[in-house]
Design a protein around this ligand. Structure first.
Ligand code: COA
Length: 378
């Protein structure tokens, strides 16, 4: 009898860095930088040549975003007001790179939860906002570290990398090109965040997640059926990072100032206004395609960028104000971790769900990009 492969989620994994920065410490360090900058540039500021910098505030951060703290790979470098970036010593080519290291940790967690031996995995997709280098692919390094015989490649769809990775993996399963695919999302967002930019210095944290997508025929008990996936991209300059290999040809890399375009920079207000309706409409349309209504949705694991965005999207999808149980947030502890956010929300908030419960993993961000993955617990 011929076998029709059916992609499911077998397990997820999570790696959380040991160090954490609370809003109070972050703002204290930012304000120390502001005082230093304004003191050192007092004459130029008085002459109107450069602008005086303004302090940040914990109250603003919590009200505007819902972010309470973030985990990071190097706290000391970030909080040093004269440095304001993580310090990570460069490793030799013989050592596992730091991005691969955290990806491998999350992947091992997912494999252990699925009871899966790495030798049985066919492919690794490293799906994240930032790759440590151009090549060899991070996915191939992770594949090698795990001892996987197969293939791997990197993909970057910014904050939507994980959901785009899940659909890609699901398509490989459907096509019969693989039976078991690891999607790994190592996000060292502290490396691309401009810690000197008052408008965004509080947004991101570091983490790694992994998702094991497999053919139902080999999946462990308690896996998640994938009811349907949908991806969408719409070009926008409102979230942008111009760091790239042609920076040198264009005349250098300036990462010093508060608004460097070679780091993450956004028009936050515009993003908020444009992305909320785009994502809400996309989810509602996909629910109609799948024959689902708001009352069928047990839980939403939304992208973790902004608590107020999630409140509006969840309200539209469910038809009522969402409780924390219906739309859990990890922003209070993890901050925005780009592509990993909705996967952390899923990973930490699904143990109480029972067979037949339906939920949605949904991401959105730069591109613009958005992805939905509707799942049902078995
Ligand atoms: N501390 C204190 N005040 C601050 C501040 C800070 N760190 N940063 C900005 N402000 C001030 C601004 O100066 C402005 O003051 P004004 O009204 O006197 O001009 C006011 O707060 C509002 O600024 P604005 O930038 O419009 O804030 P916002 O309400 O849009 O919130 C974000 C900013 C980033 C939290 C919000 O736009 C957002 O989350 N957008 C979603 C996009 C996103 O997070 N994307 C990430 C990638 S997916």
């Amino acid at each position: 009898m011929s076998h029709t492969p059916q992609p499911v989620i077998s397990a997820t994994g999570l790696f959380t860095p040991a160090e954490r920065i609370a809003n109070e410490e972050l703002v204290a360090s930012f304000n120390a930088y502001v005082a230093l900058h304004n003191r050192e540039n007092a004459a130029a500021i008085a002459a109107g040549e450069i602008a005086e910098l303004t302090e940040s505030s914990v109250e603003f951060i919590e009200k505007a975003s819902g972010i309470g703290s973030r985990f990071v790979v190097d706290k000391a470098g970030i909080l040093d007001p004269t440095h304001m970036a993580p310090r990570l010593p460069e490793r030799s080519n013989d050592e596992l790179s730091v991005l691969a290291e955290i990806g491998v940790a999350a992947a091992k967690d997912a494999l252990a939860r699925a009871g899966r031996d790495a030798a049985d995995v066919d492919a690794v997709l490293c799906a994240a906002s930032n790759m440590q280098r151009a090549y060899p692919a991070m996915a191939v390094e992770i594949q090698d570290a795990l001892g996987i015989d197969g293939f791997g490649f990197d993909m970057n769809v910014a904050c939507s990398s994980a959901t785009f990775g899940i659909q890609t993996a699901a398509d490989y399963i459907r096509a019969g090109h693989a039976k078991s695919v690891l999607v790994v999302n190592p996000e060292i967002c502290s490396g691309h965040l401009n810690w000197r930019d008052r408008d965004s210095h509080f947004i991101f944290g570091d983490v790694a997640t992994a998702i094991l997508v497999e053919d139902k025929a080999i999946a462990p008990a308690g896996h998640w059926n994938i009811l349907g996936t949908k991806l969408k991209t719409v070009f926008s300059n409102n979230i942008r990072n111009n760091f790239g290999f042609l920076n040198r040809a264009h005349g250098g890399i300036d990462q010093g100032g508060p608004k460097s375009d070679k780091l993450f920079v956004q028009e936050g207000r515009k993003v908020f206004k444009e992305v909320v309706p785009m994502v809400a409409n996309m989810i509602v349309e996909q629910m109609q395609v799948l024959g689902l209504t708001g009352s069928d949705m047990r839980r939403l694991w939304l992208h973790q960028a902004n608590a107020n965005m999630n409140r509006l999207i969840a309200q539209r999808v469910l038809g009522h104000e969402a409780s924390d149980d219906e739309s859990p947030t990890v922003l209070d502890t993890y901050g925005n971790t780009s592509s990993a956010g909705s996967i952390i929300a899923f990973h930490l908030n699904h143990a109480d769900m029972v067979a037949g419960d339906t939920g949605l993993i949904c991401s959105f961000g730069a591109g613009y990009s958005a992805g939905t993955v509707f799942v049902r617990k078995t």
